[in-house]
Design a protein around this ligand. Structure first.
Ligand SMILES: [Zn+2]
Length: 414
């Protein structure tokens, strides 16, 4: 039998980050977490990084491909807890081996504490907006996203998520709506944007109302519309293995992914997305113009809303495994920039005690909602150096636009 220690009531819990941007006083701890003897078995197949050395800074300056990885709700507390569990005090997650790090502010236009829509908009379009809005300014003007910019430059594009593909973060890159709840509209926008790779959950938003699995309010069948437009449509891990581009729509659940077998893992989705987007045979003149890919570990946030430490670690390691796939490609390719960031922190998670072996860890949560804490950013690849420092989330999109050759950003579109 495992001993259980009860949570101490804490009057004031102060979270201090490595780079002090300030400290936030929290009025209560809501749970505690004791790590048992079961070891790290959160996701089958996750192999902790065998090394801890930072990946090298590349001298190449030309950015051809961009892989932006967003851990929803992933603050430093979440990264640290997962690392302690998976790799111990002195180990590292793959993301922690990326050579450039920074700190990103996350507030939205109308709130100290952002939601994923406003944060996604900042990361995608470089503009602060109100919570709930997607790639529109507070005044309702549409702003171009870095994905749309990449598309305009002839690059191939992709969105991958473990939530519905119409959920706030992927939606911020491929749609423009005043409310994140308009998921049927978002599904239409994603297809109208001719995004090469769309992989995730949310089949319901693509099926006509008369279908029992539908979440739509009309009779449009977006899956057959996508097929007519040239997409290959898939729904299983097996179909994923043999799937080919140049247009791929994979909807593996009616709602969000369950992040369990037999579903494809986020790492497998990452690999397939890269394979399709990097296919050099495609294109009129046989020459690839590179790609822009956004991959979200969507459910770190949900585990943190539940104050569920086990699921937080599990979802974070799923995400880290996908990052490893991206880094493996980028290390070989040398012209691929990989950026890992979060949209915001969720739960006010902190590690307040434990032993040096990390077999026992006492953690605490400050809230079941999001917090105003800044989040870490990690970068590897050509020009990764411009991601170091402390800055606003809108700067992430501006830096990416700059690397894609566009100085005037953010910019409104019709
Ligand atoms: Zn959330």
């Amino acid at each position: 039998m495992k001993k259980r220690r009860k949570s101490l009531t804490i009057e004031n819990l102060v979270i201090v980050f490595l780079i002090v941007l300030g400290s936030i006083s929290l009025s209560q701890g809501v749970s505690s977490y004791r790590n048992g003897e079961e070891g790290v078995n959160y996701i089958s197949g996750y192999q902790a990084s065998p090394g801890i050395k930072s990946y090298p800074l590349l001298r190449t300056k030309k950015v051809k491909n961009v892989i932006l990885c967003i851990g929803d709700g992933m603050g430093l507390g979440q990264v640290v807890l997962a690392r302690m569990k998976a790799a111990g005090l002195y180990g590292k997650l793959y993301m922690e081996r990326m050579p450039v790090t920074g700190i990103v502010r996350t507030h939205s236009a109308d709130s100290l504490v952002t939601d994923s829509a406003a944060a996604g908009t900042a990361l995608a379009a470089g503009v602060k907006t109100m919570n709930g809005m997607l790639s529109m300014g507070p005044d309702g003007k549409k702003y171009q996203t870095v994905l749309e910019l990449a598309k305009k430059k002839g690059m191939r594009t992709g969105l991958v998520a473990t939530s519905s593909i119409t959920h706030a973060t992927p939606a911020a890159f491929g749609s423009h709506v005043k409310s994140r709840g308009m998921q049927d509209k978002i599904a239409e926008h994603l297809l109208a944007n001719k995004i090469n790779v769309l992989l995730g959950g949310g089949r319901g938003y693509f099926l006509p109302k008369s279908n029992t699995d539908s979440a739509r309010t009309d009779e449009r069948n977006l899956i057959s519309e996508a097929e007519t437009a040239g997409y290959s449509y898939i729904q299983t891990a097996e179909e994923l293995r043999s799937a080919q581009g140049p247009y791929l729509l994979g909807l593996f659940q009616v709602g969000p992914l369950v992040t369990e077998s037999p579903e494809p893992t986020l790492g497998e989705l990452m690999k397939k997305a890269i394979e399709v987007l990097n296919d050099r045979k495609r294109g009129l003149f046989g020459k690839s113009k590179g790609f822009f890919l956004m991959v979200e570990g969507s459910q770190i946030d949900w585990a943190c809303h539940d104050n569920n430490a086990d699921n937080t670690v599990k979802e974070l390691l799923c995400f880290d495994e996908a990052i490893e796939c991206a880094l493996e490609f980028a290390l070989r390719d040398k012209h691929t920039l990989v950026v890992v960031v979060a949209d915001h922190e969720t739960g006010g998670l902190t590690v307040k005690g434990g032993n040096l072996e990390c077999s026992e860890l006492d953690i605490d949560w400050a809230t079941t909602g999001h917090t105003g804490l800044p989040v870490p950013i990690y970068a590897f690849g050509p020009r990764a150096d411009i991601f170091s420092g402390v800055y606003d989330n809108t700067e992430v999109a501006k830096k990416l636009a700059q690397l894609l050759g566009t100085k005037r950003f953010p910019r409104t579109i019709k």
